[in-house]
Design a protein around this ligand. Sequence first.
Ligand code: HEM
Length: 541
Amino acid sequence: MAAASFSFSLSTLSPYYNLIFTGLAFLVSALIFVLSTRSKSKRLRLPPGPPGWPVVGNLFQVARSGKPFFQYVRDIRLNYGPIFTLKMGTRTLIIISNPDLAYEALVEKGQFFANRPRETPTRAIFSDNKFTVNSAHYGPVWRSLRRNLVQGMLNSGRIKEFRHVRDLAMDRLIDRLRAEADSNDGLVWVLKNVRFAVFCILLSMCFGLEMEEKDIQWIDDMMKTVLITLDPRIDDFLPILSPFFSKQRKRSMQVREEQIRTILPFIEKRRSLLKNNPETSFAYLDTLFDLEIEGRKSRPTDTELVSLCSEFLNGGTDTTATALEWGIARLIENPEIQSKLYTEIKSKVGDRKVDEKDAEEMVYLNAVVKELLRKHPPTYFALTHAVTQPATLGGYDVPTDANVEIFLPAIAEDPSIWSEPEKFNPDRFATGKEDADITGVKGVKMLPFGGGRRICPGLGLGTVHVNLLLARMVQEFEWSLHPSQQKVDLSEKDAEEMVYLNAVVKELLRKHPPTYFALTHAVTQPATLGGYDVPCRRMPT
Ligand code: HEM
């Protein structure tokens, strides 16, 4: 779901530094809270962690480190081991970075670790008080919503029914890339284009309506605004400061109203389409209108429908686009892998367009995608889990109000389960020398879709999208670095931005230039661009 469950960065915090210190001086009532939590945690045997300050815990240590949160976690785990505690204001984070502990939590003790922590007030506004699959407590509402999503929409039969939608979106994506390259000296913005293609597919699956491009863009812009609004704020960790954030709360309410105003007309359109033409082809929304929720008499309200549709649209958009951007970057960095992949596609389909059935059967393609998801899980932290009742993990206590975070890169980098884990090497899977069950059921080696009872229900659809997009993009174009760049930027700063999807959207639009990759169009003869040789291998079909 759009992805990161928890994000925290210096830039998030620094503007509030003075405010917090001043605020704390006269918020004496906080002491009551401190005393009560301290006496409670004394009785618990929490995993070790850096000593924190009263009230704020480790909040400022993380901020002062000047590192992105994921980097702070990466470093600090060397001191505190595979399970440790960070106190972020009123929130207790228990961070796991070891496959056995992840297995213990998600599989062996899956029924206890299947909850979500309490939501921030902003998140509660957008989930309509935990009425989405992702946000719902582990209980009857979650069961009803998840069963409906999986059985009604994300099972393999249903996914196949929407094949024509994907084919159309792929053709449009290729056309857009080509047009952008033609008008821009061969440069294209991978993330933006792929994101839009996936968004179109999900939109069509959700509403089943013909939409004009301007409407699609309008909804997409709205969704991005929502993601930005959901960015964590300091008062999420220190609710006592919330009086200082009334402006931001007001803004959240406005964005929510805007979201409802944007989505509701399409819900109404679908309602009337179903009424006038009951034979019309199926859409996810149809399963929601009359959905019976365990333990509740009423059907979902209009605003709840808005939240559920938004969840569907957001769940697989940024995650898939992020995977693809990493994929293209890795292929540029490793031309021999790109070449091998192209050869496999060519020998499988000749000059015909590669389709998803072909993609399913291609051993090397599947190996590339698996290696991609191992090396670059689109979310660095599998979404935050919480326990339904006090539990233990690795011999430590886990209280019900703790956020349990699984730090996925640590598992991908673990030399005890992967040979040369730092290397991007699809052959590890293609040759069968190494393998992994990505659901984690048979043992945890990689968890790009999370695991246990809350495992991503879009695993099948997400995999189809990544496979098909990569296959089509490699079949149609040869990907190479623009001459203005010396090497592919695979720095973890980018990775961090990709994890924190809210930030990606914001940062990419505001600060960063598009990710520029050059497309080569000539094959019959070598070409030059800006005075440099452009390697040419084939003509786009
Ligand atoms: C490459 C694509 C995708 C990736 C990498 C991905 C990743 C994830 C991850 C890591 C989780 C957290 C699992 C956990 O809590 O342990 C998750 C949950 C979820 N994902 Fe995905 N996802 C993808 C595509 C999709 C798609 C296409 C949809 C729906 C259209 C979707 C809908 C959801 C939902 C609803 C949840 C919450 C499940 C629950 O709480 O029960 N995802 N996803």
